[in-house]
Ligand binder design. Structure first.
Ligand SMILES: C[C@@H](O)[C@H](N)C(=O)N[C@H]1[C@@H](O)[C@H](n2cnc3c(N)ncnc32)O[C@@H]1CO
Length: 147
């Protein structure tokens, strides 16, 4: 999994159209979304992640918690983003992983929004520009079998 973490004054999105034949079903009120004072986490789930999704979820949570505590925010935007890798995992597994990450962060009392999966979305982001405001992480399941 590739993650781009941007500490932002806000992130807002608006769904513009379907980018998959079968995108995630969403309610009307999910077509737009906004969070202020947010750690926006853009994530590309990769093929290799399919070998141990649960481990990838746990490692992603650890990285997100680490950065969130450093930039002192409890607001997290989980944002599916298919542009950080040329080895994308399947949409089915990617959605499962992103939903699990959202769920586990909520269990840990974070204020979490997740942008809809499988859509073209317009978004606005206001990066804060401090030294920790733009970070990237790569997560690989430890048990991943070497091909
Ligand atoms: C398109 C662009 O504006 C938008 N931002 C977009 O990327 N949409 C992606 C993700 O929401 C999701 N998606 C599909 N596969 C994956 C994957 N492996 N990892 C993450 N997301 C995925 O499906 C869409 C099309 O790839």
């Amino acid at each position: 999994m590739r993650m781009l973490l941007i500490h932002s004054d806000y992130l807002e999105y608006e769904v513009k159209g379907k980018a998959l034949k079968k995108p995630e079903e969403i309610k009307e009120d999910q077509k737009i979304g906004k969070l202020d004072e947010v750690l926006a986490v853009f994530m590309s789930v990769e093929k290799v992640d399919e070998q141990n999704p649960d481990e990838v979820v746990d490692k992603a949570i650890k990285e997100i918690e680490d950065v969130a505590s450093q930039v002192k925010t409890k607001n997290i935007f989980v944002y599916p983003f298919a542009h950080l890798s040329s080895e994308l995992g399947s949409p089915e597994i990617a959605l499962k992983i992103l939903k699990k990450i959202e769920e586990k962060l909520k269990e840990k009392e974070y204020n979490v929004k997740r942008a809809p999966f499988g859509y073209y979305k317009a978004f606005k982001l206001s990066c804060k520009g401090h030294p920790l405001a733009e970070l990237s992480r790569t997560i690989v399941p430890g048990e991943a079998k070497k091909e």
